[in-house]
Design a protein around this ligand. Structure first.
Ligand SMILES: [Zn+2]
Length: 103
């Protein structure tokens, strides 16, 4: 009589990977310089800003020009701070960190 040891089928459960997912929270940049940690050089820096007129500013300028204000009024939206797109970059390594759009 040979007794066979019925070994239960191994039910090795593979736990769903508990790997850490690093979610990089995007900084919410405004129209002013922000203190952030650079994603590249890991330094805490005050962002360097580069402002340029947004699409809205150009459209506003075109509308004003079409409406008959040829005396320079059409450039007003292109100079208004609230119509500017602000690009934020790292002053240390020049990495683009984010941007702020007014609309
Ligand atoms: Zn940097």
């Amino acid at each position: 009589m040979s007794e066979q040891l019925a070994s239960p089928p191994s039910t090795k459960q593979v736990e769903p990977g508990s790997h850490l997912v690093q979610i990089l929270q995007p900084y919410s940049f405004g129209s002013k310089s922000a203190k952030v940690t650079c994603s590249k050089c890991q330094r805490e820096v005050l962002t360097e800003m580069d402002k340029h007129p947004s699409v809205t500013a150009w459209i506003s300028a075109a509308i004003i020009a079409i409406c008959g204000c040829f005396c320079g009024c059409c450039i007003i939206p292109l100079c208004m701070d609230s119509c500017m797109n602000t690009e934020h970059g790292c002053p240390e390594c020049g990495t683009h960190l984010g941007s702020h759009k007014p609309f």
